[in-house]
Design a protein around this ligand. Structure first.
Ligand code: NAD
Length: 265
């Protein structure tokens, strides 16, 4: 096999022997793509999901060079698809060591309006895809994490502060962060950890659905003490640490990777 693409920093083989499932690669720009690169660079074997046939070539362009063991269809709105993905993991690997949940969705009309105006259906769908799916994955991963494991998701500081144009996703991410804490408490006795990474704004396909995202990025760069935006490799570095044994006592946390933007009033 050719040498897989590596992030612009070096990671020791801290994840050697570990097997992880990555949900949320849409293309090369996805946060999940940066995490996948970091996991493989640290020695992990990965499986990944793709949303639908249209997205498959873009997902493959990320996963093929990383020697991804298998690629599974998974739209969390389609009953049975997530279960089928985990059944395949069980059949192929018999166990799972870590899981990255990096997916979010909200209907455009609801996302672009005021939170007080959003429809019950739009709110429900956004919660279902972006938040409850983490619980579904935790539920399915639990029996496969026989030697303990690590569950990871991705949130945004719009959960705790009102960020203009983030709208409906604010309350959804607040719920996701709470879900991480309850999952950590409930699965802790089995050695299963749950954490969330909270990156600063990164230009991705999901981000392009947020109005005036360029302004959000400009504000983040202006506010962060080092005036740097973060990228998907910055998120990958933390993700690789969090799913490794070095983070074995870290659970239930929401960790910012935002160049320190969260410090600023
Ligand atoms: P992205 O568009 O690359 O990834 C979003 C993923 O969600 C895609 O892979 C898409 O296929 C998946 N998805 C949407 N609906 C789905 C469904 N029904 N079933 C299964 N998968 C579905 O964008 P991204 O920015 O990499 O997003 C990843 C995560 O990071 C999201 O939770 C997002 O809210 C979060 N996040 C992003 C930023 C940012 O600035 N980009 C900042 C903080 C948090």
């Amino acid at each position: 096999m050719n040498t897989p693409p590596a992030p612009p920093y070096s990671l020791a083989a801290t994840l050697a022997g570990k097997r992880g499932l990555i949900v949320g690669i849409a293309n090369e720009a996805s946060i999940a793509a940066g995490c996948a690169r970091a996991f493989v660079s640290a020695g992990a074997a990965i499986a990944a999901t793709y949303l639908n046939e249209k997205s498959l070539p873009f997902v493959r362009s990320v996963t093929d060079p990383l020697g991804c063991k298998f690629l599974l269809p998974c739209d969390v709105r389609i009953p049975g698809q997530l279960e089928a993905a985990f059944a395949r993991i069980e059949a192929e690997w018999g166990r799972l060591d870590f899981l990255l949940h990096a997916i979010a969705f909200a209907p455009k009309d609801d996302l672009h309006g005021r939170v007080v105006d959003c429809s019950a259906a739009g709110f429900g769908l956004a919660m279902d895809v972006s938040c409850h799916s983490f619980l579904s994955m935790a539920h399915l991963a639990e029996p496969l994490m026989k030697n303990g494991g690590s569950l990871l998701t991705v949130t945004f500081y719009g959960s705790e502060r009102v960020v203009e144009h983030y709208n409906l996703m604010g309350p959804v991410k607040a719920a996701l962060e709470s879900v991480v804490r309850y999952t950590a408490a409930e699965l802790g006795p089995k050695g299963i950890r749950a954490n969330a990474i909270s990156p600063g704004p990164i230009r991705t396909r999901a981000a392009s659905g947020i109005d005036r995202f360029d302004e959000l990025m400009a504000a983040a760069a202006a506010e962060a003490p080092e005036h740097h935006l973060v990228d998907i490799d910055d998120v990958g570095a933390l993700a690789a640490f969090l799913v490794g044994d070095g983070a074995r006592r870290i659970t239930g946390t929401i960790i910012p990777v935002d160049g320190g933007q969260h410090l600023m009033a």
